[in-house]
Design a protein around this ligand. Structure first.
Ligand SMILES: Nc1ncnc2c1ncn2[C@@H]1O[C@H](COP(=O)(O)OP(=O)(O)OP(=O)(O)O)[C@@H](O)[C@H]1O
Length: 242
């Protein structure tokens, strides 16, 4: 049995008096696609901010590939690839230059960065776009480029915060399929935050977050048999009538 790629234990966070996460614990194993499902305000972005060390939690522990994020941040972050909700590409650079720049930030030689850029673009079905300016890509391809970039340093854990927001159905389906393949074929652990239940495959792990608490976790098809995950999710996260 492998060690978890991501292990979150008893994590809590508050903004002043506002409690955003309450004693959150879960793990993601290598090769597992874990969908973090939560309606607006559930705490998904707060959790991502803690996982990427934008914020530091006063309570709880986060370990990436066994490395404690608090005491050993460099090693923990080196194992992690991140696609943030807001696009962070340099639109004036070509696809290849966006990747090369990121490779340099990670200390890769030019040659190594070029080799890896070729491989990650191939992986995301974007090899023929290497010379295009990022500005000329459509929304779906920009997202794919961000995923390719997040793979440049060969992370074992990939975090994506609502990566399909604003994309059309075809682009959403392509991106969801690509990231599922990264988990299945390359053994990458994936944490995919979304409120779109149709992005979750039956064999994925679903983690239902609501008002800062994990309400349920398990294989999607076991949490809601007969493909009823959307109805199950809506029922669980209904606002109480006051
Ligand atoms: N800077 C802040 N100050 C105070 N409260 C905040 C702050 N940021 C978020 N919150 C609150 O913390 C809770 C969790 O917010 P968070 O943004 O993590 O949710 P989310 O699941 O990412 O939502 P969304 O899908 O809308 O991005 C919400 O109640 C939100 O209003």
């Amino acid at each position: 049995m492998h060690d978890p790629a991501l292990e979150v234990t008893d994590l809590s966070f508050r903004y002043g008096k506002k409690e955003a996460l309450r004693s959150v614990s879960f793990r993601v194993m290598p090769g597992e696609f874990c969908a973090l499902l939560g309606p607006n305000g559930a705490g998904k972005s707060t959790l991502f901010a803690l996982l990427t060390r934008l914020f530091v939690a006063r309570q709880g522990r986060i370990a990436v590939m066994g490395q404690d994020l608090q005491t050993n941040p460099r090693a923990a972050l080196a194992c992690m690839g991140v696609v943030f909700q807001q696009m962070t590409l340099d639109l004036d650079l070509s696809v290849a230059r966006n990747l090369a720049y990121f490779g340099a930030l990670h200390g890769l030689s030019r040659r190594e960065a070029a080799l890896r850029a070729g491989a990650v673009l191939e992986r995301l079905d974007m090899a023929e776009r290497a010379r295009e300016k990022a500005r000329n890509l459509n929304g779906g391809h920009r997202r794919r480029l961000e995923i390719a970039r997040a793979l440049m340093h060969r992370p074992r854990l990939l975090l994506l915060d609502e990566p399909t927001v604003g994309l059309d159905t075809r682009s959403r389906a392509a991106i969801t399929a690509h990231v599922h393949a990264l988990a299945r074929d390359d053994g990458i652990a994936v944490l995919w935050a979304t409120h779109l239940v149709d992005e979750v495959a039956p064999e994925d792990t679903a983690l239902i977050l609501h008002q800062g608490e994990i309400l349920q976790t398990g294989r999607a098809d076991q949490l809601a048999p007969k493909g009823g995950l959307a109805a199950h999710f809506m029922h669980l996260t209904e606002e109480p009538v006051t």
